[in-house]
Design a binder for this molecule. Structure first.
Ligand code: GLN
Length: 250
């Protein structure tokens, strides 16, 4: 009898340690991150910085999980979640019904729209429809690219990385770049160096919200939402927002 109890005891102990081991192994998340989407994620020296990077770091702390960042092109993020190569994706990802069929989304954490970037000297491009017939840079796989191609007949050039589109705009190879409003505004203010300006503010064509993306039916989605809620309540979200956008969220 004693022997039986002992055997049960040992196998329970084994089971428990196997369990905690797998829980630990599981709680090291691989987080896919876009290589360049100012000011949400971008490389400064050899480190990734930005609003998403800070917010995710605070979320992971609240959840008590470790993670490693895996930089990749934007268009690889959702496939990466579907093939289970990454656990989470952050890239100021627009929550859309089509994407929500393939992946889980956290609660929304940022509101955006689209804007155009044009040369500072450019006139005559004020509305998105003014881009008809123009040469326009877009970023592969983005909500902006899908929207523009469906709504305005222009000559589109698609880039894996929007920074290269902005450089082509400054070089005069294209007439405009269309991308998410916070990205256009931040780029114009920083690397744009007075050579390009934002336009289209009065033409709200694609109001949208960003979320963190996770594998479909991920056990972490609810925990991310709980952490996000707690960070909104304790002022951390506002602090991070203020740091990157110089104003409080609306
Ligand atoms: N918000 C855009 C989208 O999800 C793209 C953001 C980005 O370029 N990282 O389509």
């Amino acid at each position: 009898m004693l022997k039986t109890i002992n055997t049960v005891g040992i196998s329970l102990a084994l089971l428990a340690s196997a369990f905690s081991f797998s829980a630990m192994a599981q709680d090291k998340l691989t987080v896919g991150v876009d290589t360049a989407f100012v000011p949400f994620e971008f490389k400064q020296g050899d480190k990734y910085v930005g609003f998403d990077i800070d917010l995710w770091n605070a979320i992971a702390k609240k959840m008590g999980v470790e993670y490693t960042l895996q930089p990749m092109d934007f268009s690889g993020l959702i496939p990466g979640l579907q093939s289970r190569n990454i656990d989470v994706a952050m890239a100021g990802i627009t929550i859309t019904p089509v994407r929500a069929q393939a992946v889980d989304f956290s609660d929304p954490y940022y509101n955006a729209d689209l804007l155009m970037a044009v040369k500072s000297s450019a006139t005559g491009i004020n509305k998105f429809s003014d881009l008809a017939g123009k040469k326009v840079g877009l970023k592969q796989g983005t909500a902006a690219a899908t929207y523009m191609k469906a709504h305005v007949k222009a000559d589109y050039v698609e880039f894996p990385n929007i920074d290269n589109a902005y450089l082509d705009l400054q070089a005069g190879n294209i007439d405009a770049v269309v991308h998410d409003s916070p990205n256009v505004l931040y780029y114009v203010k920083t690397a744009g160096d007075g050579k390009i300006k934002a336009t289209g503010e009065n033409d709200s064509v694609l109001p949208q919200q960003y979320g963190f993306a996770l594998q479909k039916n991920s056990p972490y989605t609810k925990r991310v939402d709980e952490a996000l809620k707690a960070l909104r309540a304790d002022g951390t979200y506002n602090k991070i927002y203020l740091k990157w956008f110089d104003k409080e969220p609306k």
